[in-house]
Design a protein around this ligand. Structure first.
Ligand code: AMP
Length: 221
């Protein structure tokens, strides 16, 4: 590793729901296994499944496809970003920031050095989300249109023989609202990171085809 490569990467993945932020994260983690994946959606869902006050508070908003109040989400992210192991190994932020206030709050906590805008057509992501389901045991994500398990009812990754589940907010009405919320907030966020000079774009229809060199290029390795 060169001197430059050993600096912990601070990456933001930005794209509409269903643009494949989780998939790109998996690919980056193959190259940088130590990097922390911080997904605000995952943290909120995990809190919800444990019925914590945070989860119960967030549920009302998540069920409607609206943003959970900034105060809740910013504190949740801040707490993670300030951990020593995250500082040492870098992070991939997935699902945060979602509006300009969150972007500004993030800069106060930590200065990201790579902002990847995953560009994709709205109709494609809606179809993707409607087909999305996952293994409740290990979280592996499948899609009924493009990626089903090799053997029906058995997870490719963890081997569980299990009934797969769909996210409760992956329903058409909620999805349309989530897309609207994304579009309303995207422009100022993109301008903010463009001015900061760290914005780059990735064609999210071909994330699975990206070569290792292309991924390394995206994250400045
Ligand atoms: P995601 O898994 O990123 O699609 O997030 C699922 C839901 O969690 C969103 O529709 C929001 O209700 C909530 N959420 C996730 N991240 C944020 C955030 N940064 N700010 C506010 N709400 C969020």
């Amino acid at each position: 590793m060169t001197e430059k490569n050993s600096i912990p990467k601070k990456i933001i993945l930005f794209g509409p729901p269903g643009s494949g932020k989780g998939t790109l994260t998996e690919l980056i983690k193959k190259i940088l296994p130590e990097i922390f994946h911080i997904s605000t959606g995952d943290i909120l869902r995990e809190n919800l499944s444990r019925n914590t006050p945070l989860g119960l508070n967030a549920k009302v908003y998540m069920d409607k496809g609206e943003l959970v109040p900034d105060e809740i989400v910013i504190n949740m992210v801040k707490e993670r970003l300030e951990r020593e192991d995250v500082k040492d190994n870098g992070y991939i932020l997935d699902g945060f920031p979602r509006n300009i206030e969150q972007a500004r709050a993030l800069t106060e906590i930590t200065r990201a050095d790579i902002f990847i805008h995953m560009v994709i057509d709205k109709d494609i992501v809606i179809k993707r989300i409607l087909g999305r389901y996952s293994c409740p045991h290990c979280g592996k994500i499948y899609n009924k249109y493009s990626l089903n398990p090799k053997y029906e009812g058995i997870c490719d990754d963890c081997g569980s023989e299990i009934e797969f589940k769909q996210r409760s907010d992956d329903k058409e009405e909620t999805i349309l609202n989530r897309m609207d919320v994304f579009e309303q907030n995207a422009k100022p966020i993109l301008e903010y990171y463009s001015t900061m000079g760290i914005l780059r774009k990735s064609d999210a229809t071909r994330t699975l085809e990206l070569t290792r060199e292309e991924i390394e290029g995206l994250i400045d390795l």
